[in-house]
Design a protein around this ligand. Structure first.
Ligand SMILES: CC(C)(COP(=O)(O)OP(=O)(O)OC[C@H]1O[C@@H](n2cnc3c(N)ncnc32)[C@H](O)[C@@H]1OP(=O)(O)O)[C@@H](O)C(=O)NCCC(=O)NCCS
Length: 187
């Protein structure tokens, strides 16, 4: 497994794309995170509350060590840094599932939507998942009404899971699934 210890998701960071750096969070990211963690529209469909600055700091403290995912159920949480500004404009996440499986999460701050930034970050983390982490199936759990995320997932080759909501019966989400074999058509 390139870029990760056997059995531990510990990718070599940062990952770079033309406009972005995907990296571990830093304590100094607080001002940047506060911008989108307090935004009601951005967090509306996320499994996060709208956060005060203090609550964002608490959330950030947890993210600091989530640049590796040692065990099933752990999240790999990467800050999306915009190269042009040096600001953290969002995050992209992978939750480690059973062997070969992961769940994905993604968010960009409101004024960076519609610029393809989220797409750039998600393409890169899917590449990492496939090439370095041995992931063959990725699920995106999307709340009903989050049509922007549904369209986004479909653009990246996710398809509605045949088991649909049964994948996450405890939460009112829809499951989309991406499989490695389907990825070429999404590029
Ligand atoms: C879901 C979310 C990440 C999608 O972000 P986005 O900016 O719309 O996604 P993209 O990066 O793919 O941008 C696509 C748009 O940018 C445009 N674009 C501009 N320049 C581009 C470029 N260089 N490359 C690709 N797309 C580009 C595309 O044409 C497209 O426009 P369209 O939506 O009108 O078709 C964003 O809405 C978000 O953060 N939502 C809140 C958090 C959330 O709900 N997350 C999902 C939880 S399941």
């Amino acid at each position: 497994m390139t870029g990760s210890d056997a059995g531990v998701w510990a990718p070599r960071l940062p990952l770079t794309t033309p406009r972005l750096i995907l990296r571990a969070h830093r304590l100094t990211d607080l001002d940047d995170l506060a911008v989108f963690h307090r935004d009601e529209r951005t967090t509306r469909y996320l499994p996060w509350p709208v956060r005060s600055r203090d609550d964002t700091r608490t959330a950030l403290l947890k993210k600091l060590s989530q640049d590796r995912a040692p065990a099933e159920g752990d999240w790999l949480v990467l800050a999306i840094e915009e190269r042009a500004s040096g600001r953290v404009i969002g995050e992209v996440d992978l939750r480690r599932g059973p062997v070969g499986h992961a769940d994905i999460g993604y968010v960009v701050r409101r004024d960076r939507e519609g610029q393809g930034m989220a797409s750039e970050a998600v393409r890169e983390i899917l590449r990492l998942a496939e090439e370095d982490l041995g992931v063959t199936t990725v699920d995106a759990h999307i709340e009903p009404g989050n049509t922007a995320s549904e369209r986004f997932a479909e653009r990246h080759g996710f398809i509605r899971h045949p088991d649909g909501d049964a994948l996450a019966a405890e939460t009112p989400t829809r499951a989309f699934r991406w499989v490695v074999a389907a990825r070429d058509s999404a590029r």
